[in-house]
Design a protein around this ligand. Structure first.
Ligand SMILES: [Fe+2]
Length: 256
């Protein structure tokens, strides 16, 4: 047995979909209730679907009984304020796990590299069922900001930088990629992030939205990249030394 995966994601692990006309919608994300949640970067989350419909963001495997990232329950107070975001999350017709809006404060390229992580989307996911991937629907207009994807955490040669204007829509295997967002600001970034189960519904949605496995990657000065890379190595070494001094083990990244 093995997981059901999307053929569209096989080549690069992501697809860029047709962009969405975000300008016609009200900014529902500004009305939502946000909660603090440990994550990479300076973030808050507004849960739209959680494990039990509560206003919280914990992984479904941390609930009782533990379960995988499927069958999310809508959070009444937030979906009442964001019917369009809920409808967009439901449009693919695939099973939804966690669904939330992320708010990310501006950061630097080096900090984004420091925040690179892989999601833990498929913990407890039964073999033979659909692999969990994530939809990123950018809400704020961050055309100069980038979703950074790397196959190899420490190899800039594997990096893809995907611009995030309002209405940008991607499906990404975030367990495969090291990823983070470089939000240039000055405003925070808002993005609808949804866990989807791979299968025929998601495949049909990707096809209907002309999913492309090749995004134009934004150019960056190689010297700037190397400088940021050195900064990240220094910060990671400092963090490891601090944890060792505290007698603690490896620091584990959380979600998003
Ligand atoms: Fe993530």
């Amino acid at each position: 047995m093995s997981y059901i995966r999307s053929a569209a994601l096989e080549e690069t692990g992501y697809v860029v979909l047709d962009s969405y006309d975000q300008s016609k919608d009200p900014k529902e994300w500004l009305d939502l209730e946000y909660v603090a949640w440990k994550s990479s970067g300076d973030t808050r989350f507004a849960p739209l679907a959680s494990a039990a419909g509560e206003m919280e963001c914990n992984g479904f495997w941390n609930h009782t009984p533990p379960r995988t990232d499927k069958d999310g329950v809508w959070v009444p107070a937030n979906v009442a304020k964001a019917p369009i975001l809920k409808a967009r999350a439901e449009e693919p017709g695939a099973n939804i796990g966690r669904c939330r809006v992320i708010e990310l404060q501006p950061n630097s390229y080096a900090t984004a590299l420091y925040n690179l992580h892989q999601d833990d989307n498929n913990r407890l996911n039964p073999d033979g069922t659909g692999w969990i991937v994530r939809g990123f629907f950018n809400l704020s207009d961050d055309k100069d900001s980038f979703l950074i994807l790397r196959e190899d955490r420490f190899d800039p040669e594997t990096e893809v930088r995907i611009a995030l204007p309002a209405g940008a829509q991607l499906i990404v295997d975030t367990q495969r990629f090291w990823h983070a967002v470089w939000q240039k600001g000055p405003e925070p970034r808002y993005c609808l992030i949804t866990s989807y189960e791979s299968g025929p519904e998601l495949d049909a949605y990707i096809a209907a939205k002309h999913g492309s496995p090749h995004a134009a990657t934004a150019p960056l000065d190689p010297a700037f990249v190397q400088e940021a890379q050195a900064d990240v190595r220094r910060r990671l070494a400092e963090r490891a030394a601090t944890l060792a001094a505290q007698g603690r083990g490896a620091w584990v990244d959380d979600e998003d």
